[in-house]
Design a protein around this ligand. Structure first.
Ligand code: FAD
Length: 546
């Protein structure tokens, strides 16, 4: 029977181990984890700090004893693998409790060592006393103990990614005033700027101070003052560094396994490294982006779990391939859900892939049933083929399932023309007879089929400045919340009777609140011989971004 060693006992590692045992009762399985805990709920850590999850034990999904007993395997915590001898097919293990060092041979080795938070060499970082990163249970205990015992009033969160935003919310829940410092122009990298803008105003509404386009220059006075590159000085009681993670690749690198440009361990579609007896999974590996097929690092729990299972299958002889990572992700930011899948505009631009975008703002469910909330839903696609590149959704209700449906469609290689045909569950408390995903599909199909032309929120101002006519087809009272400079107001219902007011020789831009009435107006204008272009997403998308 085979002897299989797994390095790293959390998301990827314990999934691989359990699957291996289910496939093969005979194999000898050894799971080595350098920390004190295996199989804990990384993703739940911020919510324990915020006390939404109150019982610490609930974070410990499985214990070393429980796992050993149920799966008849050797689970060793406090056991760091320090070297791999590929020729001898053996590893060196250090028992961190006793200092003992020993060798262990393997037939197959699985690396799931994860990633570690990036701590840049910022001036004063070493002397900062209440400076934290969050990756595991000891990190969590440190942060929670500090809050419980020192009662900090203010926190600086450096980095506005998922963990930074989740922690900003949870620290706010604990009564702290929070300042987020983010170097780029937006939080939440996976979504685009105009979508992130919705979150920017929500964070501000919730009392979070958001500093964009700025970075930390220095931590002064043992970390009680944060100085930014733009010269701001922020007094604080604690600092959370959440600027991203770096793959744990030293073991693989020292063993001569191939490593990609981004530092991820390289694997083939069977998740084998450059050594056929060594597999690697999870945050530590470089994957192929499912949409654009380029190498990518996607440190998320679904890939780690999926890859763990696939690796076990392959070692057992049941050949299974990993098809690439779509990067479907979601986070709760106070009252909002932010979700995304596939590629965003930023990525497609970088890769020089032409794309088209639609923004729609449908209700989460029938407007006449209580509790309906608008969803900002963005779909990115190929204008020629309708192939879906990505989607983003933000809303208080129902954003999650729309992204999950589109992620499913993407894995099924559906196009935007297939989305109107998705027959989704409907009753008034849950959706509409035309679900938001159907609506996004209709809107995008109209563009692919040449029924309508659109202009984006960042293009319209220049078009008007160049002499274009913009007709705002909303009702006059709607303009009270704001309108685009230079627009003339002709409510949609009056448009047919007021066509003579519009120049036939020029392009007419139209906008409404969410894009739908603008589309109707554009159709009326086109049928009457005008060249009409609709502002995609209407005032909602435009106003969010500015
Ligand atoms: P890990 O789960 O980190 O496991 C790696 C383990 O390997 C570690 O315990 C480490 O101690 C051990 N190890 C490393 N080197 C050695 C060695 N040489 N010898 C022995 N052991 C070693 N993802 C989502 O999809 N959704 C979320 O909501 C989400 N929230 C998150 C919130 C937080 C606070 C964090 C930290 C992560 C979150 N993630 C989330 C990411 C997700 O947890 C990771 O993608 C996932 O855990 C990766 O699995 P992994 O097996 O690669 O690494």
């Amino acid at each position: 029977s085979k002897k299989i060693i797994i390095v790293g006992g959390v998301a990827g590692g314990s999934t691989a181990a359990a699957r291996l045992r289910r496939l093969d009762e005979e194999a000898e399985i050894i799971l080595l984890e350098k920390g004190a805990y295996i199989s804990f709920a990384n993703c739940g850590l911020p919510y324990y700090i915020g006390e939404t999850i109150q019982d610490r034990n609930k974070l410990l999904v499985q214990t070393a004893e429980g796992m050993s007993a149920r799966y008849n395997m050797h689970v060793r915590t406090s056991s760091e693998v320090t070297a791999i001898d590929r020729t001898a097919k053996s590893i060196t293990v250090k028992n961190l409790d006793t200092g003992e060092i020993y060798q262990e041979s393997y037939d197959d080795l699985i690396l799931s060592p994860g990633a570690r938070p990036v701590v840049p060499p910022i001036q004063g970082v070493k002397d900062a006393e209440a400076l934290f990163t969050l990756r595991n249970i000891p990190d969590t205990d440190r942060i929670k103990d500090y809050i419980d015992n020192h009662h900090p009033k203010h926190a600086v969160v450096v980095g506005g990614g998922f963990i930074g935003l989740e922690m900003a919310e949870n620290l706010t829940e604990r009564g702290l005033d929070v300042t987020i410092i983010e170097m780029s122009s937006q939080v939440m990298g996976p979504i685009d700027y105009e979508m992130a803008s919705i979150i920017h105003s929500h964070l501000t509404d919730k009392g979070v101070q958001l500093i964009l386009n700025d970075g930390v220059q220095a931590f002064e006075n043992n970390g009680s003052k944060v100085v930014t590159s733009n010269g701001l000085e922020i007094d604080t009681d604690m600092i959370l560094l959440s600027i991203g993670v770096r793959p744990e690749n030293e073991l693989a690198k020292n063993a001569g396994l191939s490593i990609g440009d981004r530092g991820g361990i390289q694997v083939n579609s069977q998740l084998e490294t450059s050594d056929p007896h060594i597999y690697a999974i999870g945050d530590a590996i470089e994957v192929n982006d499912y949409t654009n097929r380029q190498p990518a690092m996607v440190p998320l729990a679904w890939p780690a779990n999926r890859q763990g299972r696939i690796t076990a299958d392959n070692i057992y002889g049941k050949t299974t391939t990993y098809k690439g990572t779509l990067g479907t992700s979601i986070a709760k930011v106070f009252d909002y859900t932010v979700a995304a899948t596939g590629n965003n505009e930023k990525t497609l631009k970088q890769l020089d892939i032409p794309y088209e975008v639609v923004h729609v703002h449908p209700s989460s469910h029938a407007g006449y049933y209580p509790g309906a909330e608008s969803i900002a839903l963005k779909l990115i696609f190929d204008k020629e083929t309708g192939s879906i590149y990505g989607a983003q959704a933000i809303g208080k209700v129902g954003a999650d399932k729309r992204i999950d449906v589109i992620a499913t469609a993407m894995k099924g290689r559906m196009t935007v023309m297939d989305l109107p045909d998705l027959e989704l569950a409907y009753a008034p408390p849950y959706s509409s007879a035309k679900d938001p995903v159907n609506m996004a599909g209709y809107t995008a199909s109209n563009i692919v089929e040449g029924m309508t032309q659109t202009v984006q929120w960042y293009e319209i101002d220049a078009m008007i400045a160049n002499g274009g006519t913009l007709v705002d087809v909303r009702d006059p009272h709607e303009l009270e919340q704001g309108f685009i400079d230079g627009a003339v107001n002709i409510p949609l219902n009056d448009l047919r009777s007021r066509l003579t007011e519009l120049p036939v020789s020029e392009v007419i831009y139209v906008n409404c609140q969410a894009g739908l009435r603008g589309y109707i107006a554009a159709r009326i204008l086109q049928e009457n011989g005008f060249h009409a272009i609709n502002l995609d997403g209407g005032w909602n998308t435009y106003a969010a971004a500015y």
